[in-house]
Design a protein around this ligand. Structure first.
Ligand code: FPP
Length: 254
């Protein structure tokens, strides 16, 4: 079981001052460092309730807030959320406009709490393609939290995995010509300073990667669940982490 609250005892009967207050990590099956999530099922969640799809995205934003809070509590290092794909522009203008307004709403309401929790915000994707107001708020949030060293929350926004790889290939050719390594290529991706996710979660019933982090998911444990994103909560996150730890323990034991 993950501990219900922060904190963990160091082993070996050390004096109190050496008891670790910081991390719930067990030595045999560590927590994942980086979790990536596709926040899917918002539209269907709303439609089932007779609500407009935008109400699903609003509930999805609330779910994102809950999961960020839980990730801070668990002392995860990296959380990446698929917020808007390069394919999502095909949706009705009203829905696109609504989703694009959510980063500003999130930043306005959560700014103080994020700064207090030492959360660093990062964006993965083509920022030049964003509406100016969204771009402005995203730039402000990234700049404000730049030096935070707690959880890094990356919002994949106007993001596509293949587009990211093509962009990286251009950078790679410029920087390394034919001599670069896999690590050099990884440093050309939007995720340049992030480790690859150990754990990928997709709620909402679909069992696809959907052009998300195509390079970075090469060795990631994949978890799919039917529950839509707006219903996904902290206890679901903990349950998936427990299952992930079970898988890594089995793998280590072989
Ligand atoms: C996919 O569900 C969800 C999206 C395209 C938008 C997700 C965005 C948020 C939850 C906002 C988060 C924002 C911040 C700033 C954290 P869908 O609409 O494809 O669902 P469906 O498959 O049921 O139609």
């Amino acid at each position: 079981m993950l501990p219900p609250q922060r904190g963990n005892y160091a082993t070996g009967g050390r004096p109190d001052m050496f008891w670790r207050k910081t991390s719930p990590i067990s030595t045999t099956s560590p927590l994942p460092t980086h979790i990536a999530i596709i926040m899917d099922g918002n539209g269907r969640w709303a439609e089932r309730r007779g609500l407009p799809r935008t109400a699903g995205h609003r509930a999805g934003l609330e779910s994102a807030r809950r999961i960020i809070k839980e990730a801070v509590r668990l002392e995860l290092k990296y959380l990446t959320l698929y917020t808007f794909s390069t394919e999502n522009w095909k949706r009705p203008a009203e829905e696109v406009e609504y989703i694009m307004s959510l980063p500003a709403e999130f930043w306005r309401k959560e700014r103080a709490a994020l700064v207090e929790a030492n959360v660093r915000l990062k964006v993965l994707g083509d920022l030049n393609g964003l509406p100016p107001e969204t771009r402005h708020v995203v730039d402000e949030a990234v700049a404000t939290t730049h030096n935070a060293r707690g959880l890094t929350v990356s919002l994949a926004l106007n993001y596509g995995g293949r587009a990211e790889i093509v962009r990286a290939a251009r950078l790679f050719a410029e920087r390394y010509a034919a001599a670069g390594s896999e690590n050099d290529f990884a440093a050309c991706l939007y995720t340049e300073d992030l480790p690859d996710p150990e754990l990928f979660i997709r709620p909402g019933g679909e069992k696809r990667i959907s052009n998300f982090l195509l390079w970075q998911l090469a060795y990631t444990e994949l978890f799919f669940m039917d529950k839509p994103w707006p219903d996904f909560d902290g206890s679901d996150l903990v349950r998936v982490i427990e299952e992930y730890r079970g898988r890594s323990v089995r793998r280590g034991g072989l």
